[in-house]
Write a protein that binds this ligand. Structure first.
Ligand code: FES
Ligand SMILES: [Fe+2]
Length: 468
């Protein structure tokens, strides 16, 4: 049983105070397993303990139970188009080489030399036929086989090369260009893991007949905030934009339809879709906007293999955000870096990499339709960086408050009193959001973005991984 007493909130009653009752737990610090157990009760009430945003034990358990056992995004295929192309990526503290082998197959190897443990890749990306360890010179081919050992005849005669190849990830699968790995060989297929959420993902990745491609290198930067803050925000925090990003609206770098207050009848939340969720802002019915892409691209979009309903949703779309559990988020949006210039649209993948309790490394990829002009791609990338990057207008607002959450999660007093955060918007009696029965796509869908079921889904998926 939980030792959390989440106050006198009742789903159906009139008392709606979320004050935590301290009477029975004020001498206990909620840590690790106890926090996880307590969340099985508190999350049903829309309450999340603040400690999980900055706790050593939770962080260690997350690496084991979430990041070793779920499909984790590593790269986009367009980053490694040719044989021998590689990029260096990571999951938690483990580094991996994502490489296209001699047969063109994408492989994922642990970036650890089997001799003494040195890293093989000193660069973030490149093209190679072999990986040669800088320490003593052991050499591996792109398939991961150990092919060369200096002074082998004199020093390593009995070494069986086939037993000392690189450790490769047991599962590597792609979906529409997104390369994921899972370190648990028993996991379901990537298609099943994405499940019905593919219907929404396809709109972003399948709208362009030629597909999407990554422009430039992914931006990456360290943030003194927990990775879950990024995942829960992008799952569909439509509530924060009118407040946190108000200055961007005031100086004309974003439109109210894209980042203003929530609650428009055109806004919806896909609160639960195979463990993932997404938030969608649309223009009025009949409008053709496609997030703000230029009209010449609209013609190509009409040739996509999407269903009528998917294409109709894309046509009206202004902004989509979403989170694929655990730490891959997306945003499809238009914006500008200069109020005097027209908006440009782009699709961004964001990843929130755990780097310690209350610390993460944020990664951001900019993608655009392959058939866009070179000039458009450059402009879209510039606008994307101006808005979502370490120096981006939106990003700087976001990370400042996320750092505050991590700081609060460390507080002795907050822990002492078992402080819980409120994720109750949209629960019964809380908001006017209503579940839609006539929605054309999959998932549990609400007719408003003023609700937090999208974020509760993220924490439900978190809990499911953490308790198993
Ligand atoms: S550590 Fe790699 S060759 Fe020695
Ligand atoms: Fe934001």
């Amino acid at each position: 049983m939980s030792n959390v007493k989440p106050g006198n909130y009742t789903d159906s009653g009139s008392e709606r105070s979320t004050t935590i009752s301290h009477a029975e737990n004020n001498t206990q610090q909620l840590k690790g397993e106890v926090l996880i157990t307590s969340m099985q009760d508190s999350l049903k009430l829309g309450l999340v303990p603040i400690n999980i945003y900055n706790d050593e034990e939770i962080y260690r358990l997350e690496l084991e139970r979430i990041f070793l056992r779920n499909w984790i995004f590593l790269a986009h295929e367009s980053e490694i188009p040719n044989v021998g192309d590689y990029v260096q990526r990571s999951i938690g503290q483990d580094s991996f080489i994502v490489v296209r082998d001699s047969q063109g197959k994408i492989r994922v190897h642990l970036d650890v030399c089997r001799h003494r443990g040195a890293r093989l890749c000193v660069g973030d990306r490149g093209n190679t036929e072999v990986f040669r360890c800088p320490y003593h010179g052991w050499t591996y081919d792109t398939d991961g086989n150990l092919t060369g050992v200096p002074n082998r005849t004199q020093a390593y005669q009995g070494l069986k090369l086939d037993e000392w190849g690189l450790v490769s990830a047991p599962r590597v699968e792609s979906y529409r260009g997104l390369v994921f790995t899972c370190l648990d060989p028993e996991i379901m297929s990537l298609e099943d893991y994405l499940g019905d959420f593919r219907w929404y993902l396809d709109i972003h990745l399948g709208l362009s007949p030629e597909g999407m491609e990554v422009i430039g290198d992914p931006h990456r930067w360290n943030v003194n905030a927990d990775w879950k803050s990024g995942s829960d925000n992008f799952a569909g925090d439509s509530y924060h934009t009118q407040s946190l990003h108000r200055s961007i609206l005031e100086i004309g770098l974003a439109s109210k339809s894209a980042a203003g207050s929530g609650g428009s009848p055109n806004d919806i939340h896909v609160t639960e879709c195979s463990g993932h969720s997404t938030s969608i802002r649309r223009n009025d019915p009949g409008s053709v906007f496609y997030w703000g892409y230029p009209e010449e691209l609209h013609m190509t979009f009409s040739k996509s293999d999407l269903s009528f309903e998917q294409r109709e949703l894309a046509e009206r779309s202004v902004v989509h955000t979403g989170t694929i559990f655990p730490n891959l988020s997306l945003i499809h949006i238009g914006g500008t870096d200069d109020p005097a210039k027209p908006i440009a649209a782009w699709f961004s993948l964001r990843q929130w990499q755990p780097r310690g309790p209350g610390k993460m490394e944020a990664w951001s990829w900019t993608l655009v339709p392959k058939e866009a002009s070179k000039e458009y791609k450059q402009r879209a990338h510039r606008v994307a960086v101006a808005n979502f990057s370490p120096s981006g207008n939106f990003e700087q607002d976001d990370v400042v408050v996320w750092a505050g959450v991590a700081r609060a999660g460390r507080g002795a007093y907050a822990s002492h009193i078992g402080l819980h955060l409120n994720f109750q918007m949209g629960m019964e009696g809380m908001s006017q959001a209503r579940q839609m029965t006539d929605w054309v796509g999959p998932g549990v869908v609400y007719d408003s973005n003023l609700e937090e079921g999208v974020q509760r889904t993220f924490f439900n998926s978190w809990l499911k991984s953490m308790v198993r």
